[in-house]
Design a protein around this ligand. Structure first.
Ligand code: ADP
Ligand code: ASP
Ligand code: MG
Length: 480
């Protein structure tokens, strides 16, 4: 059994949906196809919800129209009139739920997390309906399944945590029989349900995570992430034009890359695959015959494989003049961060043991909020919190190389040469990634320079030169 996930660009219009359907149907069954909303739809849904909350009818209508137009165009690409009609009925019903929920938001004058999730989930529901109908129009048995009856979560709206054991039970009861009957199951990515039955979402970009959750729940042999790039590349190709496909990476390396900003995989995607040793393959819908990248348990190499950057972070320092205050202060910081759901990306302690440095996600609304929140919880201790906003983490990933002194020295030399101010550093023996924290405005320059230094240049064969002239995103040179 395989799971194939198609991202927003890969299902962005009628032609893309049909191509994705062909790619999926060419694979041997049984198969589960996980779909995102069509590109632009989730953003338009969020915009419609915000417009409704501020009572801005014209903006709401404009955003909803974008969504309707996109779905109508995809609907028009379905071959059979009967399938078009059946799909239209469901899409119309889902869009009515959207309208009714937007009315609720407008009446309340504010957008709750519960209603926000109900609104954004409609994008994936429409697309799953349209994809299943497209497949049936092509003469294949296919059923759309809405995962807000399958993926059980803790109910944390906007970033729900799945309950894998319960998800497995639901998948066995609701998806397995459809597969056994010969159907291709088309499941909504991104969405689940909470303990109260309300629709939840797994965080932006969460359809990748849905794919591995369903893969693990159904003991898949492989999960395929079909997207707009030909695999995991040595850097974001939008930032580094010479970025190349990395053919094999380990689960650990993929997790580091995803956590430090490689958007090609949602940060939590790999975890469900690890326990069951399920290979995760990243493939391009634009170049479907390219081998892509396979993520698996071991992918040995002694070199840095990829460089990435994550922006929008806060560098926070905790200063405690008295040594004995350090442990209680650090413990209070961790507790508050945990209670507030603030993700800590990195922590280090100064050799003097009087300062700790934390790199955190700026979700709290910035430094001022974070500082107030922590100071209120540290008032019995002599401790000072200082924050530095708009920082980025640079990560160089490669399990054989990232833990060596030579790599760290090279990283620092490159950053020094580029006049990039290094605010913090982290490297450990046998670590999979070495990181440095820099000002956000330096991140792009630093990534390009590090890529240049660490990723071996390609020997330009005439074939490679020809390929270089093609679209950047279609490039698929190989790095080992
Ligand atoms: P999808 O809609 O298919 O989920 P995303 O836009 O979420 O696609 O992810 C694919 C994008 O990830 C690419 O277009 C690319 O710009 C970006 N990206 C960032 N880092 C990397 C990387 N190291 N390798 C490949 N793609 C990357
Ligand atoms: N449609 C959702 C988003 O835009 C989920 C996804 O694309 O994976 O975030
Ligand atoms: Mg994505």
């Amino acid at each position: 059994m395989i799971v194939l996930k198609f991202g927003g660009t890969s299902v962005g219009n009628a032609q893309r949906v049909r191509e994705a359907a062909h790619i999926a149907l060419r694979q041997p069954g049984p198969r589960v196809v996980v779909v995102s909303a069509a590109s632009g739809v989730t953003n338009a849904l969020i915009e419609s919800a915000r417009a409704a909350a501020r009572g801005d009818r014209p903006a709401r209508t404009t955003a909803v129209q974008v969504i309707h137009d996109k779905h109508d165009e995809i609907l028009g690409g379905i071959d059979s009139a009967l399938q078009r009609k059946l799909a239209w009925n469901v899409v119309n019903e889902v869009q009515n739920v959207l309208d009714a929920t937007l009315d609720e938001v407008e009446a309340a004058g504010s957008l709750s997390d519960v209603l926000s999730d109900r609104i954004v989930s409609t994008g994936e529901k429409c697309l799953a309906t349209l994809m299943a109908a497209t497949m049936r129009g092509l003469g294949h048995e296919a059923e759309a399944v809405f995962t807000d009856s399958i993926i059980a979560t803790d109910g944390r709206h906007g970033s729900a945590r799945p309950d894998r054991a319960r998800t497995r039970e639901h998948a066995e009861h609701l998806i397995q029989p459809l597969l056994d009957a010969g159907n291709t199951v088309v499941a909504t990515g991104f969405i689940g349900f909470g303990p109260d039955g309300a629709t939840t979402t797994l965080g932006r970009g969460g359809s990748d995570y849905s794919a591995t959750l369903l893969g693990a729940a159904l003991d898949a042999d492989e999960v395929q992430i079909w997207t707009d790039v030909p695999g995991v590349l040595s850097a974001d190709p939008r930032a580094v034009s010479t970025a190349r496909v990395v053919p094999e990476i380990s689960y650990d390396e993929a997790q580091e890359l995803a956590h430090f900003g490689a958007k090609v995989l949602h940060p939590r995607t790999i975890r469900p695959a690890v326990a069951l040793d399920i290979p995760v393959r990243i493939l391009s819908t634009f170049l479907p015959n390219e081998p892509g990248t396979v993520v698996m348990r071991e992918a040995p190499s002694d070199r840095i494989k990829a460089v990435t950057a994550l922006k929008g972070l806060i560098l926070m320092t905790l200063d405690v003049p008295e040594l004995e205050d350090l442990a209680p202060a650090a413990s209070a910081v961790f507790r508050v961060m945990h209670e507030q759901g603030v993700e800590i990306l990195n922590v280090s302690q100064a050799s003097s043991r009087r300062r700790m440095t934390y790199i955190v996600d700026a979700v709290t609304g910035g430094c001022a909020n974070l500082q107030l929140l922590l100071e209120a919880n540290l008032d019995d201790l002599e401790a000072t919190i200082t924050c530095h906003e708009h920082v980025a983490v640079l990560a160089a990933v490669g399990s054989g190389a990232a833990g060596t002194a030579a790599s760290m020295s090279r990283m620092l030399t490159v950053l020094n040469r580029e006049k990039v101010r290094v605010l913090a550093l982290n490297q450990q023996t046998s670590s999979v990634a070495m990181i440095s924290v820099v000002d956000e405005c330096d991140a792009a320059r630093a990534v390009a320079a590090l890529h240049n230094a660490f990723i071996r240049p390609v020997v330009a064969t005439s074939r490679a030169r020809r390929r270089r002239r093609t679209d950047l995103l279609s490039e698929s040179l190989r790095v080992g």
